[in-house]
Structure formats: C-alpha cells, structure tokens
Design a protein around this ligand. Structure first.
Ligand SMILES: *[C@@H]1O[C@H](CO)[C@@H](O)[C@H](O)[C@H]1NC(C)=O
Ligand SMILES: *[C@@H]1O[C@H](CO)[C@@H](O)[C@H](O)[C@H]1NC(C)=O
Ligand SMILES: *[C@@H]1O[C@H](CO)[C@@H](O)[C@H](O)[C@H]1NC(C)=O
Ligand SMILES: *[C@@H]1O[C@H](CO)[C@@H](O)[C@H](O)[C@H]1NC(C)=O
Ligand SMILES: *[C@@H]1O[C@H](CO)[C@@H](O)[C@H](O)[C@H]1NC(C)=O
Ligand SMILES: *[C@@H]1O[C@H](CO)[C@@H](O)[C@H](O)[C@H]1NC(C)=O
Ligand SMILES: *[C@@H]1O[C@H](CO)[C@@H](O)[C@H](O)[C@H]1NC(C)=O
Ligand SMILES: *[C@@H]1O[C@H](CO)[C@@H](O)[C@H](O)[C@H]1NC(C)=O
Ligand SMILES: *[C@@H]1O[C@H](CO)[C@@H](O)[C@H](O)[C@H]1NC(C)=O
Ligand SMILES: *[C@@H]1O[C@H](CO)[C@@H](O)[C@H](O)[C@H]1NC(C)=O
Ligand SMILES: *[C@@H]1O[C@H](CO)[C@@H](O)[C@H](O)[C@H]1NC(C)=O
Ligand SMILES: *[C@@H]1O[C@H](CO)[C@@H](O)[C@H](O)[C@H]1NC(C)=O
Length: 829
C-alpha cells in the first residue's frame, strides 16, 4: 500500500504539476507548506516528495526539494510560510530592498516573515514605496487581501506596531532593536515585490516612529501599539506628519482609554511648526490641535502601571488634512452677555458613515487660530469670537437650550418671556437645528404660552405644517411625558395653558428660517394653577378650517387626563364642529371618558358623550364654545386619541321669510311647537320621546356642572336666553326647509356678553358619578326616536348616522340642517 503511494508520488513528480524549491544557505530562508488553519481537518491534501507523502513539508536553508500535491486545488487546503531570518547582531546586515524570495513558489496563500534581529540600541527603518500603507484594525481585512503586519519585541514580549493595507499615507516605520514584518498574500496575488526596504538608523529612543506623508486632501486613521489592547508600560511612540505647506492638518481623537498610572502620567506631546523648541503637552481628554500648517509630530507617552489594576492605555485617532477652509476670513461675534441660562452647541450634522476610504472633509469651529474643535458649546454671560474652518457650513448644525424657571409666582407672574431665537444665533451662517426652551416651575405654577400675532397651527395629518420652523411642545411630570404635539405659526391657536414642566423645541426646516426668524412671535408667562392638563385658546379667522387633536396623539391621552379647547366663533359666523371619527374607540376599566361640548353662554346646553356612545354628529355653534375631552383608565393599552375640526359659515337670517315658511310648513311648525315647549319646560318635564334630541337631563344629572353655572350666571339671564334658544330653533328649521339667503336678524347676533367662561368640567371620576351618568342612559334615546328629527331635517336620509346619538344641544342637531344646505351650495368643506 505505502509502496503503491510512493510509486504514484514518483509518477506525479514527473508531471507538469510538480514543484522544485531550492534554498541557498546564505539566504537563511525556511519554507513550510502546511494545512491552512481555517481548513477543517478532514479536508487534507498531502504533499509528496520522492521519498514520502506528508501533511506538512518543511524545506530548510541549503536544501533543494521536488514535491507535488495529491489534490487538484491545493490552494483550498494548504498555506505556505516563508521565514527569513536576518541577524544583525553578529555581522553586517543585508540592508536595502527586500525581495519576495524564493521565486516560482506554488500558488498558495503565503506569508513572508522577515525576522530582523538587531542590537537593542539600533534603529531599523522600514521604508515603503508608494502608494504607501494605510493602517487598519487588527481584525480588519484589506480589499486586496494583501496585509502587512509589523511587530517588535520588548525583551521577550511581542508588541504589535500595527496592521496595514497598501495605499495610504504611512511612508515609513522605525522600530528599535529588531522587527518582524509579516506580509500576507492571497494565493492568486501577482505581487512580485515586497514594497519596502530596510535601513539601518541610529537609535530612535522609543518603541517606534510612524511617519505619514500627505500629498493632498485626505484623512488617515492611526492607532497606538497593540490597539485595541494596552500600550506597553512606560513606552513612548511617535507619529510624524509631513504636510504640504498649502494644506492644514487637524488631529481628532476618536477613541481612547486610559490606564491606571502608578507613577508618571500618560500624555500626548506635540511638536508643532513654529514651536520647535518646546513640545505642547496635552491630556488625552483635551481637545487636540487643529489647522496645523506644516510638518509636525505627536508622541504618546505611557506611564508606570498599577500592577493590581493596570487598565488599558489605547488611542485611535484621525488626522484630517485639507485646504485652509476659511477663505473669507470671517469671524463671528456671539454676544451672550445679556442672555441667561442659555447653552449653544455647534457640532457636525450627524451623517451616515460613508465609505471608510473616502475622504470626508471635517468642519472645525475655532475660538483662536489653533484652538479648533469639531463641536463647541457656548454659554450665556460671555462674548465669543469664532470662525469656521469648514468647506461647507451645511455640515454643521446649531442646537441651543434655554432654561426659564419660576419658583415663586409673585416674582414671575407679571413677566412675559419671549421665546425667540437670539439674533446672535440666527445671524450665524450655520443652520439652527433645534432651539429648546425648558420651562421649569413647581406643581402649583403653570405655564401659558402665547402667539398673539402669528398664532399656532397644530400639525396633523389633515393639515400639515409647511413653515420653515415648528414647535414641539411636551410637558413632563415626574418623568411622564405628555406630548402636546407639533405646532407651527399661521394657525388659530393663540394661547396654550399647561401644567407641569414644559419643553418647547423649535425645529427648523430648510433655509427659510433665516428670514422667518425676524418675526418670531412666541411668548410665555407663568400663571396660577389650572385644573386641566392643558387648555387651548383658539381664535380662528372666519375663513379658517381648524383641525385639532388631543395631545399624545400616537400613544393617546394618559388615563384621567382632561384637555379643553376654548374656541372663539368669529362674529356673524356659525361654527361647525365635527369629529373625524365616529367613536372614541376605547373601553374604560375605571372611570369614564367624556367629550363635553358647550357654548359659552348662560344656560347653554352641554353635549356630552361617553366612551360607549357615538361621538356627536357635526354640531353648529353660535357662540364661543368649549370642547373638553377627558380620559378614563382604559381596559387595554389603547388610549384616547381624538381629532376634530371647526369651520365657519356666515350667519344669514330674515325673520319675515322665516315666518312665511313657518306658516307654510305645518308639519314643521308642530314639531317646532314641541321643541319650544320642551325647551321652556326642560327642567320640569320628563322627555317627550318624539323629540329625544332635546333631552336636557344630562345636564341636570351633573350636579357638578350645575353648581358651577349657578355661581357664574346672573339671575335674570335665564329667561332671556330661553327666548333666544327658541328663536334659533325656529330659524334653523325654517332655514333648512327654505335654503334661501336671508337678511340677518338681531336675535341671531352671536352672543358676546358676559358668559360663564369656565371650561366644561369633565364629570369627576367616581362610582357615584358613574351611577348618575347611567341614569341618563335610561332616558329615551332610542335610535328610532333619535332619527325622527333627522328625517324631518335632512332631505337625504342616507346621511343619517343617528344611531345612539344623544345630542342634548337644543340648537345643534337642528342647526345642522342649515349648514347642510350651505354645504349643498358648496360654501362649506
Ligand atoms: C540564520 O538564522 C538563524 C536563526 O535566527 C541564525 O541563528 C543564523 O545566524 C542565521 N544565519 C545567517 C547567515 O544569517
Ligand atoms: C487563503 O486566503 C483566503 C483569503 O484570506 C481564505 O479565504 C482562504 O481560506 C485561504 N486558504 C487557506 C487554505 O487557508
Ligand atoms: C488608493 O485609494 C484611493 C482611495 O482612497 C483610490 O482612489 C485609489 O484608486 C487607490 N489606489 C490604489 C493603487 O489602489
Ligand atoms: C548600522 O548601525 C550601526 C549603529 O548605528 C552601525 O554600527 C553599523 O555600522 C550600521 N550598519 C550599516 C550597514 O550601516
Ligand atoms: C472604540 O472603543 C470601544 C470600546 O473599547 C470599542 O467598542 C469601539 O469598537 C472602538 N471604536 C473603534 C473605531 O475602534
Ligand atoms: C519631532 O519634531 C521636532 C521638531 O521638528 C524634532 O525636533 C523631533 O526630533 C521630532 N521627533 C521625532 C521623534 O520625530
Ligand atoms: C484671508 O486671509 C489670508 C491670509 O491672511 C489671505 O491670504 C486671504 O487673501 C484672505 N482672504 C480674504 C477673502 O480676505
Ligand atoms: C463634543 O461631542 C462629544 C461627543 O458627541 C462630546 O463628548 C463632547 O462633550 C462635545 N464637546 C463639546 C465641547 O460640546
Ligand atoms: C420641574 O422640574 C424641576 C426641576 O427639575 C422640579 O423641581 C419640579 O418639581 C418640576 N415640576 C413639576 C411640576 O414636575
Ligand atoms: C403652506 O400651506 C398653505 C396651505 O396649506 C399654503 O397656502 C401655503 O402657500 C403653503 N406655504 C408654503 C411655503 O408652501
Ligand atoms: C429672505 O427675504 C429676502 C427679502 O425679504 C428675500 O429676497 C429672500 O429670497 C428671502 N430668502 C428666503 C430663503 O426666503
Ligand atoms: C376663552 O376665550 C375667550 C376669547 O379669547 C376669552 O375671552 C376667555 O377669557 C377664555 N376663557 C378662559 C377661561 O380662558
């Protein structure tokens, strides 16, 4: 069997696939062919010489060997190591170009090792031919798989100087007292030269020197010896930089860690151009020099480590070489002397890391010609002069934060604080990304923000902000956030009153803010405690379509939170209030969720919907009104989120026409009669099933609200408004059946006298309240009955959506018809 194999091997050696390696004794080279370390052991490929077949073949200096592989693709299984020992300690060294010897090697992955032994005091220089080398992390791979690894020895310990690929800025590496250079080539590499030579130098008095030569705009990443492991104890390593005179270099420490020093201190030292005599010493945590014109060097000095807990000293830094970037020589004065509690940060725009080899110009912000940083923070009370070393200022962004606090209402109540971006910031050529105001106060002090001239629009799906900036408003209590939403100028919200600590973040979009910053209009003041989580004061323009939504839109209102909107109806207008969905879409575990809507006039009916009822059909409001939405504790995670919108149409009435039509329409009249009757007697009589929509008992079922109203309303108001109510009922019904344009009548003038201005209060959440509310459920609100008036009012029955609708507003549902007719005329929506 063995004889057969040998015979086969002997035959193989006759074929073209055989190799001959002849090693001269003087070269002191050893070649080893062995199985690749990444190859599973079952995948073997034997190497046969004329004597034997083995798994590993070692050819030593002065030996000539013929061999062949017992497989067709040996590169898949075998690797080769070519070790050349160069001993300079005993005799003269063969310095000069290093050759890839021997030639004519089989095509296997191979690693050439040059192991140069030298006297401890002798410096050895590895000089690379262009395109030089680029340092990589020890586990990174090079695109062409050609990798140089340089290591040295301190006593018996091997120290990794670095791992490199071809094509970079590293032009020379100097080491002291011996070096091992490993050049790893893939099996198919056509490389014929090692790409470096070795020269003899005097002592460098340190572990190593790495020289980088820059030719044009570029950046390089360099690492301390042994990175990411610890730099050897008490060692010194230097990087030399050759920078063309028309370029500037900046050093940026990307990653470093510190050891625990027992003696001395770890530090970096720079010899910068113009300061040859003495080095500049920095801590690793310091900002490093930038905008350096000319050659310089940087040294890392380790310390004596604490033996018990040495820690790791490591440094990875970037050197960026680029053209001087402040051609216009502009210096900006930022005067923050008069500002208080403000902090401004200028920093690079966060960018997705591009191709690692691609040069990305850096932007630096300088406080003096050499004190430049990638980011700076400016604080109030100081004047700064800054300039930018930046090719494209679009790569920088400003963020700022200002704190306004009030701990004693007496001292701040009367004050109006302007929430505007200071000119010092908006004048800079750098885009303002975010300006954050933090409004801090104890629980009993609340915040009111106002935008009297621009007014705010809530950014919602149906009505997106398209302005150059917006405000995000968030209130925070005990770590819990309530996100009021995004607002931008140009809407109808004039005021927002809020509880808790507030964060307002101005965010800019595009360049338009530069202009728009000139007329910012947001103010705030501290106000006494309010009961609601927040109150929006909405003063729309008659042409406006106002979309509003509950805070915390995505997650929903937190449990038990109540929000109110105080909505002004412009004079001679009728507001149409509609919800964007039919239901609240929640189920309560504890308490009840409510939508309450009420006009701001004495004796006004309140439209109340509970979470298990349908939301109201579009309502028509003739007076300023309140919308209140309050949440319960829902069964599941789904919380309350509601949207509604308000539009306006002009009021137009004519009594004579109304009466004519009333006379003409007998059926209508009879129902109106009932309406009037019920409206007048509403508190005394139980509901007539036929006019269920006029049920007012919900109100009487809510002692809380009644009590409130009693306090606020003047005695004699009641009957006056009863009359107005009735007249309105007339008008609306008649309007519906007529649809013609009528001159207006006094009684329809929007009420602008003193009215109860307390927001509708959500029923307090208690079991007692619950039972009271369920009483109202027992009242006749059947869908059939409910739809009755609609059948009359709506000529298009398919529009009826009255199931479960329990409107209690004496004007609302009937007034609807008036609007509908307007809609048909195309004036609404
Ligand atoms: C060859 O290498 C060995 C091992 O390092 C060394 O002892 C020997 O002196 C070297 N011979 C020559 C000629 O450099
Ligand atoms: C040869 O090198 C390539 C690339 O590094 C590697 O994928 C392959 O496994 C190596 N072959 C052997 C036998 O180690
Ligand atoms: C060297 O790298 C640069 C990119 O950094 C590339 O454009 C160039 O082609 C490379 N040159 C060689 C010889 O690989
Ligand atoms: C190498 O440097 C040492 C010390 O500087 C010197 O003695 C020796 O002659 C040099 N050898 C060569 C070949 O330059
Ligand atoms: C920086 O250091 C951290 C922690 O040592 C490490 O996780 C990270 O990979 C390092 N980054 C680079 C670019 O080396
Ligand atoms: C560093 O630069 C200074 C000034 O050019 C020079 O005197 C010094 O020898 C340099 N050090 C190294 C290690 O290159
Ligand atoms: C900026 O300053 C440099 C050096 O002082 C000068 O050469 C250059 O002309 C100046 N540029 C402008 C636009 O003033
Ligand atoms: C600059 O940014 C870094 C990281 O984002 C941060 O650690 C450092 O504090 C910043 N420096 C200044 C001056 O803001
Ligand atoms: C607001 O924040 C301040 C400071 O963080 C805190 O003392 C205060 O209690 C907070 N107020 C509220 C209402 O959470
Ligand atoms: C913003 O939107 C409004 C209406 O939605 C429109 O009138 C206005 O022209 C838009 N402005 C810009 C800058 O697009
Ligand atoms: C800023 O306003 C000026 C004059 O009002 C105008 O010419 C310029 O186009 C505006 N710029 C932007 C970005 O809107
Ligand atoms: C509601 O808004 C009106 C109109 O702006 C205002 O007069 C009234 O005081 C507001 N009510 C409350 C309680 O804020």
């Amino acid at each position: 069997m063995a004889a057969g194999l040998l015979l086969a091997a002997a035959q193989l050696l006759q074929l073209a696939g055989s190799f001959a390696i002849s090693l001269r004794a003087v070269d002191n080279i050893t070649v080893t062919i062995k199985q690749g370390s990444s190859v599973p052991p079952i995948n073997y490929c034997k190497i046969c010489t004329s004597q034997t077949c083995t798994y590993e073949l070692r050819i030593t200096a002065g030996v000539k060997e013929n061999f062949a592989f017992l497989c067709e693709t040996p590169e898949k299984y075998l690797v080769m190591e070519i070790q050349k020992n160069i001993d300079c300690t005993s005799g003269p060294c063969p310095f000069g170009d290093v050759h890839l010897q021997p030639s004519e090697l089989p095509r296997l992955n191979r690693t050439f090792f040059w192991d140069v032994k030298a006297n401890k005091k002798v410096g050895l220089e590895l000089k690379f031919s262009t395109p030089w080398l680029r340092q990589i992390g020890p586990t990174d791979t090079c695109p062409d798989l050609i990798t140089y690894s340089i290591s040295s020895c301190i006593d018996t310990t091997t120290v990794s100087i670095g791992t490199f690929c071809r094509n970079g800025s590293v032009s020379r590496v100097k080491v002291q007292g011996g070096v091992v250079m490993a050049l790893k080539l893939p099996w198919n590499s056509e490389l014929t030269t090692s790409g470096f030579n070795i020269a003899n130098r005097s002592s460098i008095k340190r572990l190593c020197v790495i020289e980088s030569t820059f030719k044009g705009e570029t950046s390089a990443t360099l690492m301390s010896a042994n990175y990411p492991l610890g730099f050897p104890e008490d060692e010194l390593m230097t990087w030399q930089f050759v920078v063309p005179s028309d370029l500037r270099a900046s050093v940026i420490f990307r990653n470093y860690s510190l050891s625990n020093c027992e003696r001395k201190e770890e530090r970096v030292e720079y010899y910068l151009p113009g300061l040859f005599s003495s080095p500049e010493v920095f801590k690793l945590s310091d900002k490093q020099p930038a905008n350096i014109a000319g050659n310089f060097n940087l040294s890392l000095q380790g310390c004596d480590y604490d033996d018990q807990n040495p820690g790791i000293l490591s440094l990875l830094f970037q050197i960026v070489v680029q053209h001087p970037q402040n051609e216009e020589n502009a210096t900006y004065l930022i005067d923050l002397v008069k500002e208080r509690d403000i902090s401004i940060t200028i920093q690079p725009k966060s960018r997705h890391s591009g191709h690692p080899l691609q040069f990305e110009p850096e932007c630096l912000i300088c406080k003096d010609p050499r004190t430049c940083e990638r980011n700076v923070t400016l604080t109030s009370g100081t004047i700064y002069r800054i300039f930018f070393l930046c090719y494209d200022l679009e790569n920088l962004r400003i963020t700022a934060e200002k704190t306004i606090a009030c701990w004693d209402l007496k001292r701040c109540q009367k004050k109006i604080y302007h929430l505007t971006v200071p000119r010092a910031i908006s004048q800079l050529p750098v885009r303002l990304d975010k300006f954050i105001w933090k409004l801090l106060a104890p629980e009993e002090i609340n915040v009111e923000i106002m935008s009297p001239s621009l007014k705010l629009q809530q950014h919602i799906q149906e009505q997106r902000c398209n302005t150059s900036y917006s405000y995000g408003i968030v209130s925070t209590t005990k770590g819990k956030e309530l996100n009021l939403g995004i607002f931008c100028p140009g809407g109808s919200i004039e005021k927002i009153q809020m509880r808790d600590n507030i964060t307002i973040s101005l965010k800019t979009f595009g360049r338009g803010f530069l202009n728009d910053s000139l007329n910012q209009d947001l103010k705030m003041s501290f106000v006494p405690f309010i009961k609601e989580e927040c109150i929006f004061t909405v003063i729309p323009d008659p042409k406006a379509q106002v979309y509003l939504q509950t805070p915390n839109w995505l997650e929903g209102l937190p449990p038990y939170v109540s929000v109110s909107w105080n909505i002004t109806v412009p004079s001679k207008q009728v507001a149409r209030l509609a919800f964007l969905k039919e239901r609240m879409d929640i189920a309560c575990e504890t308490g009840r969720a409510y939508v309450n809507i009420q006009e701001q006039k004495p004796k006004a009916e309140e439209t109340v919907r509970r979470e298990d009822e349908l939301l109201p059909e579009p309502l028509h409001m003739y007076h300023h009104f309140w919308v209140n939405i309050s949440n319960c504790k829902p069964v599941n995670k789904k919380q309350l989120s509601l949207q509604f919108w308000v539009t306006f149409v002009p009021q137009k009435r004519d009594v004579t026409v109304i009466i004519a039509v009333v006379v003409g329409v007998a059926g209508a009249l009879s129902i109106i009669g009932i309406v009037i009757c019920c409206t007048r007697k509403r508190k005394k009589e139980s509901q007539n099933p036929e006019v269920g929509t006029y049920n007012v008992n919900i109100n009487t079922q809510m002692p809380g609200r009644r009590g409130l109203f009693k306090k606020r309303r003047q005695e004699n108001d009641s009957h006056v408004y009863a009359v107005i109510d009735d007249a309105m009922v007339y008008g609306d019904l008649l309007k519906e059946s007529n649809g013609s344009v009528n001159p207006e009548v006094d009684v329809y003038r929007p009420f602008d006298g003193p009215v109860g201005d307390t927001p509708p209060t959500p029923p307090p959440i208690s079991f007692k309240r619950d039972t009271q509310i369920s009483n109202s459920e027992e009242l006749p609100f059947g869908p059939e009955r409910d739809s009755e008036p609609y059948t009359f009012a709506h000529h298009k029955p398919e529009e009826t959506r009255g199931n479960g609708d329990t409107s209690v507003n004496s004007t609302g549902d009937v007034g609807m018809s008036f609007l509908e007719s307007k809609e048909q005329e195309g004036l609404v929506e």
